[in-house]
Design a binder for this molecule. Structure first.
Ligand code: ADP
Length: 227
C-alpha cells in the first residue's frame, strides 16, 4: 500500500528533510504521522503525492513506484488517494455540490455518474442539506466535510488528512475523526498528519512519530516500541 524504502529527501542547498526513512503501511490501517513543526511530515506527504521526488530510496504508493512513474501516469496514481488539505482548497464560487462534481469532471467522469455519486457522498459526510451553499456560507467544519467528500469521489484506497483539527473547534474535530473512523471501517486506509499528540493518543491504532527527519517511534496501540 505505502512503502518507503530508505528514503532520503534533501532540499537544495543542503537541508535534509528526511533521512533514510523506511516504513510500510498496509491496506486498511488507521495511522497517525505525528511530529513537531519541521519534523518532516509535509515532506513525507509531498513524496507520497509525488509533489516532490525522493533524493534517495524508493516510495511505492498503491502499486506505483514513484521513483520510476511516468509523468502521464501521475494523475492515475493520484486518483487512488484522496487528500483533505489543511486549508481545504475549495473553489469559492462553486457550491458544495459543484465543488465535488468539479473534482469528478476534471477526471472525465460522465455526468450520469456524477449525478449519482455526488448526492451519495454528500449524504455520507452529513451535508445533504447544504449541497447548494457556497464555501463562505458554510462553517469551518462543514467546509472540511466538503473537502473530505471531495477526497472520496474516486473511492480511493487511501485517504490522507493533513492537520484535520487545525482549523476547527474541538467539537468539530471530534466529528471529523469519527467520520475518518467510519471511512476506515469500510477498508480504506486512513493517514492523519498532525502535530497534536493528544489527538494521536486518543484515536490511533498506530502512531508513526517523526523528529528531525527520522522515525523515532512507530507504535501500535497495545504494542510498544519501534516496529
Ligand atoms: P513539517 O511538515 O513536519 O513541519 P517539513 O517537511 O515541512 O516538516 O520540513 C522539514 C524540513 O525541511 C524543515 O527543516 C524545513 O525547513 C525544510 N523544508 C521543507 N520544505 C522545503 C523546501 N521546499 N526547501 C527547503 N527546505 C524545505
Amino acid at each position: 500500500m505505502i512503502d518507503f524504502k530508505h528514503v532520503t529527501k534533501v532540499y537544495e542547498p543542503k537541508i535534509t528533510a528526511l533521512k533514510d526513512v523506511s516504513v510500510h503501511i498496509d491496506k486498511g490501517e488507521f495511522v497517525f504521522v505525528l511530529g513537531h513543526s519541521g519534523a518532516g511530515k509535509s515532506t513525507f506527504l509531498k513524496l507520497m503525492l509525488r509533489e516532490e521526488k525522493a533524493t534517495k530510496g524508493e516510495v511505492i504508493v498503491n502499486g506505483y513506484n514513484l521513483s520510476k512513474i511516468k509523468e502521464r501516469d501521475i494523475p492515475y496514481m493520484r486518483r487512488t488517494l484522496g487528500v483533505v488539505f489543511q486549508d481545504f482548497r475549495l473553489i469559492p464560487n462553486l457550491t458544495a455540490y459543484e465543488n465535488i462534481a468539479f473534482a469528478m469532471r476534471v477526471t472525465n467522469i460522465d455526468e450520469k455518474e456524477i449525478k449519482r455519486r455526488v448526492p451519495y457522498i454528500l449524504n455520507l459526510v452529513g451535508l445533504a442539506g447544504k449541497r447548494d451553499k457556497l464555501p463562505a456560507q458554510l462553517s469551518g467544519g462543514e467546509q472540511q466535510r466538503v473537502a473530505l467528500a471531495r477526497a472520496l469521489v474516486h473511492n480511493p484506497d487511501l485517504v490522507i488528512a493533513d492537520e484535520p483539527t487545525g482549523n476547527i473547534d474541538p467539537q468539530l474535530s471530534l466529528e471529523i475523526m469519527e467520520l475518518l473512523k467510519a471511512i476506515n471501517s469500510t477498508g480504506t486506509t486512513v493517514l492523519v498528519v498532525t502535530h497534536e499528540h493528544e489527538l494521536a493518543r486518543r484515536y490511533a491504532r498506530r502512531v508513526i512519530e517523526m523528529r528531525h527527519g527520522v522515525i523515532v517511534n512507530d507504535t501500535t496501540v497495545g504494542r510498544a516500541g519501534v516496529r
